[in-house]
Design a protein around this ligand. Structure first.
Ligand SMILES: *[C@@H]1O[C@H](CO)[C@@H](O)[C@H](O)[C@H]1NC(C)=O
Ligand SMILES: *[C@@H]1O[C@H](CO)[C@@H](O)[C@H](O)[C@H]1NC(C)=O
Ligand SMILES: *[C@@H]1O[C@H](CO)[C@@H](O)[C@H](O)[C@H]1NC(C)=O
Ligand SMILES: *[C@@H]1O[C@H](CO)[C@@H](O)[C@H](O)[C@H]1NC(C)=O
Ligand SMILES: *[C@@H]1O[C@H](CO)[C@@H](O)[C@H](O)[C@H]1NC(C)=O
Ligand SMILES: *[C@@H]1O[C@H](CO)[C@@H](O)[C@H](O)[C@H]1NC(C)=O
Length: 362
C-alpha cells in the first residue's frame, strides 16, 4: 500500500513537472492539457486539422475528455472526434471516405456533403456522444434572424451542452452549413432556429473560452502567412485573382441571440429564401450577396499553414497560397485524396513545429 505521504510527494512532483512544462510553453502557469484549443473552419481543408490533432495528441497538448476544445465547422468535427477517442489517422480516413464518396457523385461534393455525412455520422457517433463531449466541447453556430430575408448579421451561438446524440449530430451538420454548398438549401435549422456555418458569426474571440484569446491555442487551416497576398497568380488562381485576391470580411460580430419565437420554422419570413440554390440562379435576389466570413486572422494565430515554411509541393509543383485557399472549396480534380494526404502532413508538421517551439517535446 502506498503511504499518503508518498502519494502526496508524487502528486507534488507531478504538479511541479507539469508547471515547468507549461511555463516553457509560454507564460501560462496551467498544466499541459488544460490550455484550451480553438479550431476555426476548414471546409475541404479538413485533413489539415486531422494532422494538427495527431501532433497535439502525441505531444500531450490535447488530452481527450479534459482539454477544453472549441470549433466551428471542420474545427467542430475535429474537437468532437478527439473527445470521442479518435486520433489523426482515424479522422483522416473518415474524411477521405466522405470525399471519395461525394466526388464520385454526379455534380461532385458541392451540395452533397451533409447528405453523405448523415449516415456516416450516425455510424461513427456513439449513443452517449452527448455525455462524452459535454462541458469539454463547444460548437459555434451562426444564428439567423428569422424575421428578415437576409443572412447578414448572424449572431454567435456557442453550444456547450448537448441533449443527446441527435442533438450533437444536428449541431455538427449546422456548424458546417455553407449556404448551397454543404447542402442544397440556403440555411438549415438547429433546435428550431435558422442557422448557417459558424464562420459567419464567430472568430477566435468567440471560440476561445471567455473570449480569452491569450490563454488559448488558436488553429486555422487557411493560409494566413505573410506570403498569402503576394502569391496571387492570375493563371493558376484565376477566380481569386479576378477579385484582386481580396476577400471582404466581417469584422464586427454580434453576441446577442435573436428571439426566433416562431412556433413553426416555416412561418418565419426567412423561409422565402430557403430554396434559392444555387446562388447563381438568384443573382440580385435575397439573400444575395451571401454574407462575409469572420476572418481567421483577427488575432495572431498559433498554428496555420505557411507559418513554419513554404507550402508543400503538390503534383510536382510548389503550391501557391491562393491554390491552397481555393482547395477549401474545391480539391484538385482527380487527385482529391492525394491532396488530402498532403494537407494532413502539412498540419502534422506545422503542429509539431509549434510544439517544439513552445517546449512540448517528447
Ligand atoms: C511572456 O510575457 C512577456 C512579458 O509580458 C512577453 O513579452 C512575452 O512575449 C510572453 N511570451 C509568450 C510566449 O507569451
Ligand atoms: C488511431 O486510431 C485507429 C482507430 O482507432 C487505430 O487503429 C490506430 O492504431 C490509432 N493510431 C495510433 C497512432 O494510435
Ligand atoms: C449584406 O452584406 C453584404 C456584404 O457585406 C452587403 O453587400 C449587403 O448589402 C447586405 N445586405 C443587407 C440586406 O444588409
Ligand atoms: C494584395 O496585393 C495587391 C497588389 O499588390 C494590392 O492591390 C491589394 O490591396 C493586396 N490585398 C490585400 C488584402 O492586402
Ligand atoms: C487579416 O487579413 C486581411 C487581409 O485578408 C488584412 O487586411 C488584415 O489587416 C489582417 N488582420 C490582421 C489582424 O492581421
Ligand atoms: C498533375 O500533373 C499532371 C502532369 O503535369 C497534369 O496533367 C495534371 O493536370 C495535374 N493535375 C492536377 C490536379 O494538378
Amino acid at each position: 500500500m502506498v503511504s499518503l505521504r508518498a502519494r502526496a510527494l508524487a502528486a507534488l512532483l507531478l504538479a511541479t513537472a507539469a508547471l515547468a512544462a507549461a511555463q516553457s510553453a509560454g507564460n501560462s502557469t496551467q498544466a499541459p492539457g488544460t490550455i484550451p484549443v480553438a479550431f476555426e473552419g476548414s471546409a475541404l481543408l479538413i485533413s489539415y486539422y486531422s494532422g494538427v490533432s495527431e501532433a497535439l495528441l502525441e505531444r500531450g497538448v490535447i488530452v481527450p475528455k479534459e482539454t477544453p476544445l472549441s470549433g466551428l465547422s471542420g474545427g467542430a468535427f475535429t474537437g468532437t472526434f478527439i473527445h470521442l477517442g479518435h486520433n489523426g489517422t482515424s479522422m483522416l480516413e473518415f474524411w477521405k471516405s466522405i470525399i471519395d464518396d461525394c466526388t464520385k457523385t454526379e455534380g461532385g461534393c458541392a451540395g452533397h456533403l451533409n447528405g453523405r455525412m448523415e449516415s456516416k455520422l450516425e455510424e461513427m457517433l456513439p449513443v452517449d456522444a452527448a455525455e462524452q463531449i459535454h462541458g469539454v466541447m463547444h460548437i459555434a453556430l451562426s444564428q439567423l434572424d428569422g424575421s428578415k430575408r437576409t443572412l447578414n448579421d448572424s449572431a454567435s451561438w456557442i453550444i456547450g451542452e448537448f441533449f443527446d446524440k441527435s442533438d450533437v449530430k444536428s449541431a455538427l451538420t449546422a456548424t458546417d452549413y455553407i449556404p448551397c454548398f454543404t447542402g442544397d438549401t440556403v440555411y438549415t435549422t438547429f433546435r428550431n432556429n435558422p442557422v448557417i456555418d459558424g464562420g459567419y458569426a464567430n472568430g477566435f474571440k468567440e471560440l476561445c473560452p471567455g473570449g480569452d484569446i491569450e490563454n488559448c491555442i488558436k488553429v486555422a487551416s487557411w493560409y494566413v502567412g505573410d506570403k498569402a497576398n503576394q502569391t496571387c497568380d492570375p493563371v493558376r488562381c484565376a477566380a481569386s485573382a479576378a477579385t484582386g485576391c481580396r476577400d471582404t470580411e466581417r469584422l464586427e460580430t454580434r453576441l446577442a441571440l435573436y428571439k426566433n419565437d416562431y412556433r413553426y420554422v416555416d412561418q418565419m419570413p426567412l423561409v422565402d429564401v430557403y430554396q434559392r440554390c444555387p446562388v447563381s440562379y438568384y443573382q440580385g435576389l435575397d439573400p444575395n450577396p451571401m454574407p462575409d466570413f469572420v476572418p481567421h486572422n483577427q488575432t495572431v494565430v498559433d498554428i496555420y499553414p505557411g507559418k513554419y515554411g513554404p507550402l508543400p509541393p503538390f503534383n510536382g509543383t510548389e503550391t501557391l497560397a491562393c491554390e491552397w485557399q481555393s482547395w477549401a472549396m474545391s480539391l484538385p480534380a482527380g487527385m482529391e485524396l492525394e491532396a488530402m494526404d498532403v494537407i494532413y502532413q502539412q498540419g502534422y508538421d506545422d503542429a509539431i513545429a509549434w510544439c517544439n517551439e513552445n517546449g512540448y517535446n517528447i
